[in-house]
Write a protein that binds this ligand. Structure first.
Ligand SMILES: Cc1ncc(COP(=O)(O)O)c(C=O)c1O
Length: 413
């Protein structure tokens, strides 16, 4: 019987991810940063040949999108998209129960009501079967999130949206460069909203972008990011300042260069990791929809089955796996009905009236699937794992087999 690493035994892999296939281009990031500095154009002022304008062109082309607009972050992108669609007081927007709080908070920030829907237990993205039942005469939009390691079922979501005359804003904060049935994630709905925050695949510390195919939307977005100025005759939307700096855009340009290579690597290696999970006992990969042409994930997730491990707690399993592979494994975000960072009803700005206060109270919602996954099943690690070459993926299987075979060392501790 082998001793588990979390009990002092020898780990399955030491320096498992040392040989990491992901490429980075700090040389280009520095070069573009210096170019931005020397140009003296440090902001994203309309009409200037800025680093931001350059990145917007490149990001739109990379995703085969008609338009791209950079903004401050992936929360403001959602808010600005909603306001472009004139969504506000009296409107409802459907969002998934498992996501970062921004997806729902942005809806409150335009004084609309987030209608929170449970997730598909096999992809962790919004369950399209539950969307229809959540639609009311006040529903204006759906915000599917391409969460962690899967894309939301865009075929069904777009079908529902077309039938019920709803807008779709794809929250792509977790996916940069994924492709659904030949179309880039973020170009299928009315908007694609991206975050370039520190933890993301492409990041500049902070930052965000909207992709859109409709020219009027584009001019409304650029008006909003620049204090409501009229950037095209007759098109303006009252707003604040949501502009990014050229220094962020310079870094994004360098990151995008690396991502051109990494996108295919992440997809290929992600599939190898899924296979490694499929080959291991008591665990299951997330379901990859056949429409997924390319999956560029923010995090790798699989599902643990406590019964198969004779009642072992998922926390114990994650700790044991982290020790075997020298890599931290964690759980998902807290579902929105329990989230420590989603409590919009407490904010005076949202106290429009008693009805609204109740309507945005997170405890209104029951999300049994999201809660079960979060508490009992999810095993998640950040995107660094996608650098693992396919011939090293078996270490993941080996580690799980070892924990499974030696589970009685841990059960009841
Ligand atoms: C799903 C999702 N949507 C939106 C956001 C907001 O992005 P940002 O942090 O850039 O505001 C995040 C950030 O992590 C996210 O994970």
């Amino acid at each position: 019987m082998a001793q588990l690493a979390c009990l002092g035994g020898k780990p399955i892999a030491q320096n498992w991810l040392e040989k990491n296939e992901l490429k980075f281009r700090p040389d280009l990031e520095r070069k573009y940063l210096m170019e931005a500095y020397d140009s003296g154009i440090w902001d994203d002022w309309p009409g200037m040949d800025s680093m931001s304008a350059r990145f917007e062109k490149e990001w739109a082309a990379f995703n085969s999108s008609n338009f791209c607009a950079l903004l401050t972050n992936g929360t403001h992108t959602l808010q600005v998209a909603l306001e472009t669609l004139d969504i506000g007081v009296g409107d409802e927007v459907i969002v998934p129960g498992l996501t970062w709080q921004a997806t729902a908070s942005a809806v409150c920030d335009v004084n609309a009501v987030p209608i929170i829907v449970d997730i598909d237990p096999e992809t962790l993205c919004i369950d399209p079967q539950k969307i229809e039942g959540a639609i009311t005469p006040n529903t204006r939009a759906i915000i599917p999130v391409h969460l962690y390691h899967r894309l939301a079922d865009m075929d069904t979501i777009m079908q529902i949206a077309r039938k019920r005359n709803l807008f779709v804003i794809e929250d792509c904060a977790h996916t940069h460069g994924s492709i659904w049935n030949g179309k880039s994630a973020g170009t299928i709905g009315d908007f694609g909203s991206f975050s370039f925050q520190r933890s993301k695949l492409i990041n500049a510390g902070e930052g965000g972008a909207l992709l859109m195919q409709n020219e009027d939307y584009y001019w409304k977005v650029v008006s909003q990011r620049s204090c409501g100025r009229e950037m095209k005759e007759g098109i303006k939307v009252h707003s604040g300042n949501y502009r990014i700096t050229s220094f962020q855009s310079a870094i994004l340009l360098g990151k995008l260069e690396a991502h051109r290579t990494n996108a295919a690597i992440i997809d290929r290696n992600g599939l190898a990791l899924d296979r490694a999970i499929a080959n291991a006992p008591g665990v299951k990969p997330l379901r990859r929809d056949g429409q997924t042409t390319r999956q560029c994930s923010y995090a790798f997730v699989f599902l643990f089955n406590p019964d198969a491990f004779d009642g072992m707690d998922v926390k114990t399993f994650r700790k044991a796996l982290s020790a075997e592979l020298g890599l931290p494994f964690d759980t998902t975000y807290t579902p929105l009905d329990h989230s420590e960072v989603y409590y919009p009803h407490t904010k005076k700005r949202h106290h429009l009236n008693e009805f609204y206060k109740k309507a945005i109270h997170p405890s209104r919602w029951e999300l049994p699937v999201a809660n079960d996954i979060w508490k009992h099943k999810a095993v998640l690690t950040q995107w660094k794992i996608f650098g693992c070459p396919p011939d090293q993926a078996h270490f993941l299987t080996d580690a799980i087999v070892k924990i499974y075979e030696n589970r009685y060392q841990l059960i009841g501790l």
